[in-house]
Design a protein around this ligand. Structure first.
Ligand SMILES: Cc1cc2nc3c(=O)[nH]c(=O)nc-3n(C[C@H](O)[C@H](O)[C@H](O)COP(=O)(O)OP(=O)(O)OC[C@H]3O[C@@H](n4cnc5c(N)ncnc54)[C@H](O)[C@@H]3O)c2cc1C
Length: 346
């Protein structure tokens, strides 16, 4: 615990200090929704993000379309209207920027949170937490807060295969668009929606695409409007599927897999590992929140989103542990209301 008296006084050396009611860590859709709920309750709120606002969505494939309707992605009661059936990445980026401006949220972009430290009650300080941040030019700031909402999502922590060659320059986790696949042999590792979207887009762009997946078939939750097309491409062989196969190594020109047909080398100019992400629990762990080793879920009460540490809350997909598809924008956007209700009672 830190001793507030020792650091009080505005500026200590080149470290600036401030005090607010609530700090939100992460300006993803669920962090923003929590910040809006707290702002509406009359609390002073600051949001820190180590990247841009909604950095996760900014990193989606360029031409991606959401599976949710716009209404289910809306936050703060601000209507999200699009002229099409489902919003695109670009629609959502504009919408969330607009909502943050509308509520006048104090979003400190490119300022990462490095540590959350409990403030000793013996100091008599109202704040329960000291939040240590650093801007991208290296300036360190300390913010005292009555409560902290951790909404750090999972996009920064790819689920790695753990095989030799995974860090070679032609291997990427995630893809941006299909253009670079033209006349290239592309291996996509994974069998979920992201893998299928990437495979179809790269196939349309003229790539020779192979999907490698450890299960015997594509994931059951493939978007229903996409499934017929990928199944047709796999049937006709214009996209090759290698199922029930594990990647053993990635080489400069091939991916080595082991499956029902034994070991094989699949030629690859480019490799995309679409194997999902893991929750970013580092800050919580360091602060002392227990993480379930089996599920990856940080200890919390789902009715209030409170962790066992007073004044420390979760919002968004960080609360879902290793099963990232349990919580998404549609249901994580309500966490802020639960948190504010709990803050009001405590
Ligand atoms: C291709 C794709 C399509 C999707 N489609 C849908 C859909 O249709 N509907 C739906 O509901 N969901 C969808 N999702 C899931 C959705 O994107 C996530 O559930 C959602 O982004 C979670 O929001 P969040 O606010 O919890 O976290 P995130 O969006 O992951 O935001 C976390 C933020 O925290 C920041 N951060 C992390 N660590 C720190 C730190 N130490 N300091 C400061 N900032 C930090 C990150 O930079 C990031 O901006 C999709 C996901 C993908 C990949």
């Amino acid at each position: 615990m830190i001793d507030v008296e020792a650091v009080a006084g505005g500026v200590t050396g080149d470290v600036t200090e401030a005090e607010v009611d609530v700090v939100v860590v992460g300006a993803g859709p669920c962090g923003l929704a929590a910040a809006i709920a707290a702002t509406r309750a009359g609390l002073r709120v600051v949001v820190f993000d180590r990247g841009s606002i909604v950095a996760g969505i900014a990193g989606y494939p360029t031409y991606m379309t959401f599976f949710s309707t716009a209404e289910r992605l809306s936050i703060g009661g601000v209507p999200f209207l699009v002229a099409t059936d489902k919003p695109t990445r670009r629609d959502a980026l504009a919408y969330y920027r607009g909502v943050a401006s509308h509520f006048g949220l104090d979003v400190r972009q490119w300022e990462g949170v490095e540590a959350l430290e409990p403030v000793a009650p013996a100091t008599g300080h109202r704040a329960r937490w000291l939040v240590r941040t650093r801007t991208r030019v290296g300036a360190a700031h300390r913010t005292f807060a009555g409560a902290v909402v951790v909404a750090t999502g999972y996009f920064g922590r790819p689920n790695r295969l753990g095989v030799p060659g995974e860090s070679l320059p032609h291997v990427r986790h995630g893809y941006v668009d299909g253009h670079a696949a033209w006349q290239q042999a592309v291996v996509i590792v994974g069998g979920g929606n992201s893998a299928v979207d990437a495979a179809l887009e790269m196939h349309r762009a003229g790539g020779q695409v192979t999907i490698v997946h450890f299960a015997d078939a594509l994931d059951p939750n493939i978007k229903p409007w996409v499934r017929p097309e990928i199944e047709a491409r796999l049937r006709e062989g214009s996209i090759r599927g290698v199922f029930g196969a594990r990647v053993r190594a990635i080489e400069l020109t091939a991916v080595v897999v082991e499956g029902p047909a034994g070991e094989q080398r699949i030629p690859a100019d480019q490799v995309y590992t679409m194997t999902g992400y893991l929750p970013e629990t580092g800050l919580l762990e360091a602060a002392g929140v227990p993480i379930d080793p089996v599920t990856g879920v940080p200890a919390h009460d789902p009715l209030t989103m409170a962790t066992p540490l007073p004044g420390l809350y979760l919002a968004g997909v960080i609360a879902s542990g290793f099963q990232a598809n349990r919580i998404f924008i549609e249901n994580g956007r309500d966490h802020g209301d639960l948190i504010v209700a709990h803050l009001r009672r405590s």
